[in-house]
Write a protein that binds this ligand. Structure first.
Ligand code: 16G
Length: 245
């Protein structure tokens, strides 16, 4: 980051000038993506400013999506995701998609619960009212960069042990002979806000894609309803189109 006194008499507020310093260090590559920022106190001492100023500067850069704060592990330089091309006509899993690209898929668990299906879930998944579902809420990473938030709902009868899912839901379904073979998918544009933007490490209001997938077994039974939020700056969705008569 370098170190020097920021001139307290200059017209631009101190925290903004400190932000410029941090941005410059990121641009110059002396602070690299995913690298931890020095501690608040160290920065305050190096630039001879108060910790309040440092905190304000950092909060602003987090808002702009340049820095990210992961719970309990400090402040990091945000990584720009590699844009990936996602075919729209093939039924694949996130883990498989990333593996095919030579990237590593990891998961940060946001929730894993079993409960009675809501009336809406029961209708969607063709369940009787007393059936239970597993809800898996996951933040999905590719090479340590957050790409998507996914909330999957699966009838418990297809996934009796939700703890069996480590990284890939489809791998567990496949092992149980319940891999979906067909799916309906719907996507629409959203502005990522609040907690979602923070989890995906983008500035609030950034573009995202909301994707719903309802997938089916060969028998026609629905096996998964998943609501996903994908980062708009990370995905190109591609499809081949054919003229039919
Ligand atoms: C994809 C699917 C999601 C599915 C997941 C399984 C979209 C929009 N969503 O992310 O519905 O649950 O893959 O991936 O493509 P996994 O086997 O790695 O858990």
């Amino acid at each position: 980051l370098g170190a020097f006194d920021l001139d307290p008499r200059a017209a631009t507020p101190l925290y903004l000038r400190l932000q410029e310093q941090i941005k410059a260090a990121i641009d110059a590559g002396s602070l690299k993506p995913l690298e931890a920022l020095p501690g608040e106190r160290d920065i305050a001492e190096a630039f001879n400013v108060s910790r309040v100023t440092v905190r304000k500067a950092i909060a602003g850069l987090v808002d702009q999506g340049l820095l990210t704060q992961r719970q309990g592990s400090g402040t990091f330089v945000a990584a720009k995701p590699e844009r990936v091309e996602q075919p729209l006509s093939r039924l694949t899993s996130f883990t498989e998609d990333m593996r095919r690209r030579g990237m590593t898929a990891t998961v940060y668990w946001l929730g894993r619960t079993v409960s009675l299906a809501s009336p809406q879930e029961a209708m969607r998944l063709a369940l009787s009212p007393n059936e239970t579902v597993v809800r898996l809420r996951r933040l999905r990473f590719a090479n340590q960069v957050p790409m998507a938030i996914e909330c999957a709902t699966v009838p418990t009868r297809f996934l009796p042990d939700p703890d069996a899912v480590d990284t890939s839901l489809y791998a567990v379904l496949e092992a149980r002979g319940a891999l979906p073979v067909r799916a309906l998918q719907r996507l629409h544009a959203v502005n990522l806000s609040g907690e979602d933007a923070a989890l995906l490490e983008v500035a609030p209001g950034s573009a995202g894609l909301a994707i719903d997938r309802l997938s089916y077994l060969d028998s026609g039974l629905p096996v998964e309803f998943t609501q996903s939020l994908y980062r708009g700056d990370a995905y190109d969705f591609v499809a081949e189109l054919n003229l039919r008569h």
